[in-house]
Design a protein around this ligand. Structure first.
Ligand code: SAM
Length: 270
């Protein structure tokens, strides 16, 4: 049986690719450019013979635009981009052509859910299809506000909440808004125990606003892209905190490119 591969070089017969991912019953093979499509198709043919449970095969050229959606080329099998993925027993509705999803974040979704506590008010400012929100709601009786400006992502989140409704302990309120507008609208109306900011390419821009909605002692999990040392990450973040927060931990979460990783910075509002 083939597992999801995301690092190093993977082989299928004589064919070699730097990486591929399995999402539900769909395989996504990374291509650096259009010229590699035919090599990816040959690799997909080999995979399809070894893993008959895989039904659709796509090449991914890049992750694009404000919604961080994959640019895909169909290679083989069904022309279907929707599937269902399980993370720690939670069924997630995924559509790789409509909203961001990365199976390598499953452990991170769990890690944050385990840090959370019953009764918390949580804001997931860049929820995507709702990995963090659904993990938290499945473990804790908390109230989670989940937001993304991609309406397709939010509609997948709502579908997943319905799939898992019998195991949900918490409530999720979902909105489709620009994060800046949501922060503005919530100002003075609510404060949160925990704020999750998982949009590594632009999350720092919203940190100052998010801290105004954090209660004293509240946690903010900020995800940033960096190739640099902890000290440099602090320099990137501290100007946006206006000394309202202290950094409790910095952890590398996933590799983003050969030279950059996604880091989680855990902040505590003072
Ligand atoms: C890295 S993806 C989210 C991943 C998601 N948290 C998960 O764990 O799967 C970043 C998400 O942020 C959303 N996003 C980026 N900037 C935004 C903004 N200003 N307002 C609302 N959503 C935004 C994108 O649409 C995208 O779904």
């Amino acid at each position: 049986m083939l597992n999801s591969e995301d690092a190093g070089s993977v082989k299928c017969g004589q064919l070699k690719r730097s990486s591929y991912l399995v999402i539900g019953d769909i395989a996504i093979i990374n291509a650096s450019n259009e010229k590699e499509i035919e090599e990816c198709r040959a690799f997909a043919k080999c995979l399809s013979q070894k893993a008959p449970y895989l039904k659709a095969f796509y090449a991914k050229l890049s992750t694009e635009g404000e919604y961080r959606v994959a640019k895909l080329v169909h290679l083989l099998g069904e022309e279907r981009t929707a599937t269902i993925v399980k993370e720690y027993g939670i069924a997630l509705a995924v559509d790789i052509a409509k909203a961001y999803y990365n199976p390598r974040l499953a452990e991170e979704h769990r890690r944050i859910a385990l840090m959370s506590k019953d009764g918390e008010k949580v804001l997931d400012l860049f929820s995507g299809i709702g990995g963090f929100a659904l993990h938290i709601a499945s473990l804790r009786s908390s109230i989670i506000f989940a937001n993304d400006w991609n309406k397709e992502a939010v509609s997948l989140l709502l579908k997943s909440f319905y799939f898992n409704r019998k195991k949900m302990k918490g409530s999720i309120y979902a909105t489709v808004m620009d994060a800046a507008k949501l922060l503005e609208e919530l100002k003075g109306k609510i404060v949160f125990d925990r704020i999750i900011m998982n949009s590594p390419t632009n999350s720092v821009n919203y940190l100052e606003g998010a801290l105004t909605l954090s209660k004293a002692g509240g946690k903010v999990h900020l995800y940033v892209l960096s190739s640099r040392e902890e000290e440099a990450i602090e320099q990137l973040i501290m100007p946006s905190t206006k000394s309202d927060a202290s950094i409790e931990a910095i952890e590398e979460v996933i590799e983003y490119s050969p030279s950059k990783s996604v880091f989680r910075v855990d902040l505590r509002k003072t």
